[in-house]
Design a protein around this ligand. Structure first.
Ligand code: IPE
Ligand code: IPE
Ligand code: MG
Length: 235
């Protein structure tokens, strides 16, 4: 069977792909199941897309997994998502290492339950020497939170005299963001037919190409990723 992979120009691969993984709840609802069933099935898509990106040679894959606003969901759903997160982390560390993928996480991680925070830090530590691709999970993350947080740290440095007002420019500011060691994403993918940023990488997406698909996240697979990249390369 032919694959869209053959249409990809490897000389013009995006270095950084960001994804708003959306539609788990609607996917579950379509089958008469609870929302968490959709989240559980979304893990397979995370695995598929991570593997596909690493195989292609994408250097950074950033996934919006849980937003600051998502804390407002029902306690049942939030608890289930947190459990799913630590279960997934525990199960995937070996695969990450086998595939030479480094795990990273950004967001207000201190809001995560301790068992989750600890599992995450351990997985990050255990994969820190991998250099094929960096997989960043955005957890308790929002662009406005990140920017506000950056402004605070920057103001602190000005107040302490470590930084002069004249030194503040775009480059200086971006070094206070959680993404300071990454290039900006060239491509943003959002599934489920919604066409919003939903408070994702507000600063970093300034020049990114956006790709939207109606597919719900649990149905998103490697071919869908290739399609997004081919579409991006044809612009
Ligand atoms: C995305 O799916 C996953 C998270 C935000 C955690 P949703 O849970 O938003 O699913 P829909 O959009 O309600 O279908
Ligand atoms: C965005 O999806 C956040 C994540 C994918 C984690 P949401 O489903 O939470 O966003 P809105 O509420 O539809 O904008
Ligand atoms: Mg949603």
């Amino acid at each position: 069977m032919s694959s869209l992979k053959d249409k990809i120009d490897f000389g013009r691969l995006p270095q950084h792909v960001a994804v708003i993984m959306d539609g788990n709840g609607r996917w579950a609802k379509e089958q008469g199941k609870m929302r968490i069933f959709g989240h559980q099935n979304g893990v397979a898509a995370v695995r598929a897309v991570s593997e596909a990106c690493a195989e292609l040679g994408v250097k950074y894959l950033t996934l919006y997994a849980f937003s600051t606003e998502n804390w407002n969901r029902s306690k049942i759903e939030v608890d289930a998502l947190m459990k799913l997160l630590s279960k997934t982390i525990a199960e995937e560390v070996k695969t990450l290492n086998d595939n030479n993928i480094r795990l990273n996480a950004i967001g207000d991680l201190t809001r995560l339950p301790k068992y989750n925070y600890d599992a995450l830090m351990k997985a990050i530590e255990d994969t820190k020497n991998n250099d094929r691709m960096t997989l960043t999970l955005c957890l308790s993350y929002s662009g406005r939170w990140e920017i506000t947080h950056a402004v605070r740290s920057l103001a602190e440095k000005v107040l302490s005299g470590e930084l002069k007002l004249e030194q503040i420019d775009e480059n200086c500011f971006s070094n206070f963001l959680n993404t300071k060691d990454m290039p900006d994403p060239e491509l943003l993918i959002r599934t489920s037919g919604e066409e919003r940023i939903s408070n994702f990488l507000l600063w970093q997406l300034a020049y990114s190409e956006f790709y939207f698909t109606d597919k719900f996240w649990p149905d998103f697979n490697k071919e869908d990723l290739y399609e997004a990249i081919v579409n991006y390369q044809n612009r």
